[in-house]
Design a protein around this ligand. Structure first.
Ligand SMILES: Nc1nc2c(c(=O)[nH]1)N(C=O)[C@@H](CNc1ccc(C(=O)N[C@@H](CCC(=O)O)C(=O)O)cc1)CN2
Ligand SMILES: Nc1nc2c(ncn2[C@@H]2O[C@H](COP(=O)(O)OP(=O)(O)OP(=O)(O)O)[C@@H](O)[C@H]2O)c(=O)[nH]1
Length: 461
């Protein structure tokens, strides 16, 4: 099933680089290449076997000007990334060669690929399912190697296989029901309802098991929004630096903002902590005012985790207590820093002020207690539910919703079975569940939804 248009896009990131790649996919790929490529050793690209890289020059057929010296590969469908004919032109890196070659192939009849269109074609042509296509994007966007592992796992079909297995079970139940609707028999019916209930409960349990991985999966993929809070001089920056040093972290300035919101991503045993901080606020002396500043308020409200730092060598101040008041409904880890100095904080009083919060004594200066902090974060994230990150199968909010909707249908189905409702009612619920789960693999996903999903991809993917 070939799409009509041959599409083209720059596949590599913009900017200075060793090599840049322009990729084409579709029936006319080779035809277009033929018009603009002059191989060094042969007369035509067709003289070469597919999947062999070929040296030559891209020449503008209108002006006969050399556009660049390149290596090209053509791959014959259907055994390619998109399952269509694919051509990749490896030119010199940098903005000019890729842009000129893209312009040239567009002039020769290729269409500019939409975001995610190569991967969309791989999906539409049946090479991968929807959750695998989404995994490609997660791979590109991964911020830690654990996040990457989870996405690669999904690309390999870990989630798809689970979902397919559940949908298979659902079909069996549906077949069972159909037989009973078509050949109703009172004697068998008693038995059937019992078996039906058991089978349905088993399916529900499988859905629940998948849903249990969603909490961890989301964090591994998107990171834990974290705010470090504490009055001036308690050691916030020191803690950040200490964590950064241990994590070989990826530091990013979020582009498009006025430099004042800085987000740093720290990897704590593979868990990405997205630490947002507002640079300007650091200069304000007044802690209450700090929290009052709109932006820090926002990041505080949004935070999944608050790390609150106290200075163990100073008695609790009003500022400390004002921060504590705001922590009640927040997942918080309390750090008593500077424990290398004489401790003057009354631990019992502190525990009373911070009911239910974990309090960890540390000394950033002497590098003590940081491992306890890291362990605490790891435990919080995994919640004792998922043991290894490989088991985090659900990482995507869309998949989670589909599972939740499927779960509700299944629960309604079981309820209908228990109330002894007619099989037609049960059938509807189970069918609904089957359809919801099909949205994960893309079997029952609407056109609109597909457009929405792929439009969030990178250009050239
Ligand atoms: N140059 C280049 N590098 C790349 C990609 C690419 O498209 N081009 N990829 C893009 O993301 C990734 C590799 N992913 C790919 C996945 C499947 C196929 C593919 O041709 N699959 C066929 C044939 C397999 C075979 O028989 O050898 C298939 O599954 O039918 C190619 C690349 C990473 N590196
Ligand atoms: N003795 C001791 N000093 C520490 C420790 N951690 C940090 N400090 C020192 O405390 C001072 C303040 O540390 P910072 O990390 O700048 O504190 P901060 O909370 O970021 O300060 P502000 O940016 O003003 O809010 C520095 O001189 C650090 O060297 C510790 O565990 N023990």
């Amino acid at each position: 099933m070939m799409a009509e248009n041959t599409i083209a896009a720059i596949a590599t990131a913009p900017g200075e680089a060793g090599i840049g790649i322009v990729r084409l996919s579709g029936e006319k790929s080779i035809h277009i290449l033929d018009k603009i490529f002059k191989p060094t050793k042969k007369n035509s690209i067709r003289d070469y076997e597919p999947r062999r890289i070929t040296h030559g020059k891209i020449i503008d057929p209108d002006t006969q000007k050399i556009v660049d010296e390149v290596l090209v590969t053509y791959m014959k469908g259907p055994y390619t990334y998109t399952a269509e004919d694919v051509v990749e032109i490896n030119c010199h890196g940098g903005m000019v060669p890729v842009k000129n070659i893209l312009d040239l192939v567009l002039r020769q009849g290729a269409f500019m690929a939409e975001r995610g269109e190569f991967t969309k074609r791989a999906f539409l042509n049946g090479r991968i399912d929807l959750s695998q296509a989404e995994a490609v994007m997660d791979i590109i966007k991964a911020k830690t190697s654990t996040g990457f592992d989870v996405a690669l796992n999904q690309l390999e079909g870990s989630l798809s296989n689970e979902v397919k297995a559940i949908r298979h079970d659902l079909l069996e139940v549906l077949a069972h029901i159909t037989v009973n609707i078509d050949f109703p028999d009172d004697d068998i019916e008693e038995l059937t309802y019992d078996k039906l209930e058991q089978d349905s409960i088993k399916i529900l349990e499988k859905i629940d098991k998948l849903l249990d991985t969603a909490h961890t999966g989301k964090i591994l993929k998107e990171g834990l929004n974290t705010v470090i809070i504490g009055k001036p001089n308690v050691g916030k920056s020191s803690l950040m630096n200490a964590l950064l040093k241990e994590s070989r972290a990826i530091v990013t300035d979020v582009p498009g903002t006025t430099r004042d919101i800085i987000e740093e991503i720290i990897s704590v045993k593979g868990i990405p902590l997205r630490i947002t901080d507002t640079a300007g606020i650091r200069e304000t002396e007044d802690v209450v005012e700090k929290i009052g500043v709109e932006r820090s308020k926002e990041s505080f409200n949004k935070a999944d985790l608050v790390i609150f730092i106290l200075n163990a060598s100073e008695t609790l101040s009003i500022e400390d207590k004002e921060i504590m008041d705001k922590l009640q409904h927040k997942e918080t880890i309390v750090l008593m820093n500077k424990t290398d100095l004489p401790n003057v904080i009354d631990l019992d009083e502190l525990k009373e002020l911070l009911p239910g919060k974990s309090i960890i004594p540390i000394s950033v200066k002497e590098n003590k207690g940081l491992d306890l902090l890291e362990d605490k974060i790891v435990n919080m994230v995994y919640e004792g539910k998922v043991q290894r990150h490989e088991d985090s199968l659900v990482t995507n909010a869309r998949h989670k919703r589909a599972l939740e909707v499927g779960k509700t249908s299944m629960e309604e189905g079981i309820e209908a079975i228990r109330s002894g409702l007619a099989l037609d009612f049960v059938e509807v619920d189970i069918k609904n569940c089957w359809e919801s789960l099909g949205e994960i693999t893309g079997d029952t996903t609407s056109e609109d939804m597909l457009d929405r999903i792929f439009s969030s991809f990178c250009i050239g993917k």
